[in-house]
Design a protein around this ligand. Structure first.
Ligand code: C5J
Length: 225
């Protein structure tokens, strides 16, 4: 679909985008963060909060695929030799549960391990972009900027987990690079409800200082004209 659309009820004011120049970005919907018995759950987090957004993310993906929009999936995943995981990252958190250690679903956050895969309900389709990222943000140490620019992408719709860590970092990095960003309110979640609320508020404050927010229903309504 190549035409200018508007979400009039987006926060903090109307958001305009052309699907031909917009990518739907799904951040880190990986088994280790989302599924019971994974890394996130073993750290004591309530993963049912994250699991609950899968239907909304899937519905948005279906609507986006139907208009032929670009889709980018990211995974927080490191090389098996950990050459892209600095001690400053690896040595944080629980000493018994570090990146690269054996976890409930294979080595934690290592590319190719079962836990690092995207949940089956949201599995990428052939032709969609899938990028492993060593940082919280999707631009650090990845070809994401080049991949988006070579497709003429200027606008990004963000979904995924967790709102205040990898989604927020990626959206801030994108905003600094000149992309017009929107976060999909019911397509993102945190283990900590108050962090999600605070993040949505921070991102859209001061006249969309980082970007806009809207619900899947509002975006789907725009897509349906
Ligand atoms: C993500 C994390 N994906 N919370 N990672 O947000 O460590």
């Amino acid at each position: 679909m190549n035409k200018q659309l508007t979400v009039p009820t987006a926060q903090p004011f109307a958001y305009s985008f052309n699907p031909a120049h917009t990518a739907l970005v799904v951040i880190d919907m990986q088994r280790d963060f989302v599924e019971p018995g994974g890394f996130g759950a073993s750290l004591g987090n309530d993963v049912t909060r994250l699991q609950a957004i899968i239907p909304a993310v899937r519905a948005m993906l279906d609507a986006w695929r139907a208009v032929g929009g670009t889709v980018l999936h990211t995974r927080e995943a490191h090389a098996p030799d950990l050459s892209d995981c600095p001690p400053a990252k690896r040595l944080r958190g629980k000493p018994s549960m570090r990146i690269g250690d054996a976890g409930p679903m294979g080595r934690i956050l290592i590319a190719g391990e079962p836990g690092a895969e995207i949940v089956p309900e949201l599995a990428p389709l052939p032709g969609e972009l899938v990028v492993d990222k060593p940082g919280k943000g999707m631009f650090y140490g990845t070809p994401v900027d080049a991949l988006l620019r070579e497709r003429g992408i200027t606008h990004l719709l963000f979904m995924g987990v967790t709102t205040e860590v990898c989604v927020q970092t990626s959206m801030r990095e994108a905003n600094d690079r000149g992309y017009e960003c929107l976060i999909v309110e019911d397509g993102t979640e945190s283990y900590f409800p108050s962090y999600k609320v605070a993040t949505l508020s921070m991102l859209t404050a001061q006249g969309a200082i980082v970007g806009w927010s809207a619900t899947t229903a509002e975006i789907q309504q725009a897509l349906q004209g």
